[in-house]
Design a protein around this ligand. Structure first.
Ligand code: CUA
Length: 198
């Protein structure tokens, strides 16, 4: 009795092993040793390799052409002393050039300092956030600003506020009992009103 090998030309035998001693067209024993790969399976293998190539390409483009990388030593701070001196000792927003602002924000249990950032409409702002204690988040509603704030590192984002309005920012990494109290607001005001203040 011979162990039948799947014959792709034969309907109904797909993937099945059958005992078939009597059939006249049973392949010779030497032929049975060749191992074929189902075309369907081959396509899935091609698709998996293609996906790997796509992932590798996107990561390479993001990392080297677009500069999206893990923060380097220049964005590291000592969380124990970060609020003692430098810009983090006096967090807030300031104008660095006409229409261009920067804000240093401390995220800590359980509030943001400052809790309000005011800007004239159309300004570009670079926001630096760090934490002196544990991990927090910084997400500004109705924008794509969404950062994790890790002690020892500075999270940085640049954004242009083109619309007048209030854009609340919240901590969106659970950080303990007072997590829900961690919020603030970006107020984008008409540029005819008085200039921005912290
Ligand atoms: Cu800070 Cu949640």
């Amino acid at each position: 009795m011979a162990l039948g090998v799947r014959d792709p030309a034969e309907p109904g035998s797909h993937g099945m092993t059958s005992f078939d001693a009597e059939r006249p067209d049973t392949p010779e024993p030497e032929q049975k040793l060749s191992m074929g790969i189902d075309p369907y399976e081959k396509n899935w293998m091609r698709a998996s390799v293609l996906l790997l190539v796509v992932f590798f390409t996107t990561v390479t483009i993001a990392g080297f052409a677009m500069g999206i990388q893990v923060v380097g030593a220049d964005a590291e701070v000592d969380p124990r002393i970060v609020t003692d001196s430098g810009p983090w000792a006096d967090p807030g927003v300031r104008e660095i050039r006409p229409g261009e602002y920067e804000a240093y924000v401390i995220a800590q249990t359980w509030n943001f300092e400052p809790r309000e950032i005011e800007l004239p409409v159309g300004s570009e702002i670079t926001i630096y956030v760090t934490s002196p204690d544990l991990q927090h988040g910084f997400k500004v509603t109705d924008t794509n600003i969404n950062m994790m704030v890790v002690p020892g590192q500075v999270s940085k984002v640049t954004f242009t506020f083109d619309e007048v309005g209030e854009f609340p920012y919240i901590c969106h990494e659970y950080c303990g009992r007072g997590h829900a109290n961690m919020f603030g607001v970006v107020k984008v005001v008409n540029s005819t009103e008085d200039g921005a203040s912290s």
